[in-house]
Design a protein around this ligand. Sequence first.
Ligand SMILES: C[S@@+](CC[C@H](N)C(=O)[O-])C[C@H]1O[C@@H](n2cnc3c(N)ncnc32)[C@H](O)[C@@H]1O
Length: 207
Amino acid sequence: MPANYDNSASFYDKLSRLVFGKALVNAQTWLLPLIPENAKVLIVGGGTGWILEEITKLHPGGLSITYIEISAKMMALSRKRNTGANQVEFINKAVEDAGLTADFDVVITPFLFDNFTEDTLPGVFQHIHQTLKPGGLWLNTDFQLTGKWWQYLMLKSMLLFFKVLCGVPAWRLPDVGKQFSKFGYDVTEEKRFFGDFVVTRLYKITH
Ligand SMILES: C[S@@+](CC[C@H](N)C(=O)[O-])C[C@H]1O[C@@H](n2cnc3c(N)ncnc32)[C@H](O)[C@@H]1O
């Protein structure tokens, strides 16, 4: 059973700001200036859709955005966002079932992969990988553990909270880096946030 964030949609952003301040927003907006003009952009698991407004501040128009969100309530909130003169296609499905084309210039996966286990990650990863054009940019933000005890405690508390509320199946973070390596991606930019607990990386296939 995939996670269902419907139960958390109404308070998700408030809770995130309460616990992390602006860190999760800063982490997801850090690489947005790299989106080229008139790009075709795929966003998977955008939550309440605030990222659409941040993208629109940088590109008031010209983008063609495909926004995929499996939660109907998250999607309803996302549809209300100001997207300026950008063209946005909202798809309320699991990304695996969305039947996407393989011509995206930019793919954005913000805190998507912590919803998957070591077993389910490869399938969804390959699916998203196939949508990116050769030379495209993949902007990924995730939690990570760098050996600090409080990170471990926070991660376990969050996974337990979202397991009870939304049925998130994971008990630990799956190895996302391994998937990027397997498909030949290199990290070309990286920044850490919130005491290294959050990391945003730009992945490209450079060879
Ligand atoms: C941890 S939340 C992050 C939300 C948002 N990116 C943020 O940081 O505020 C993960 C989001 O991914 C969505 N999601 C999970 N699995 C998905 C899938 N297979 N396809 C599309 N969306 C998915 C969930 O509904 C949820 O809104």
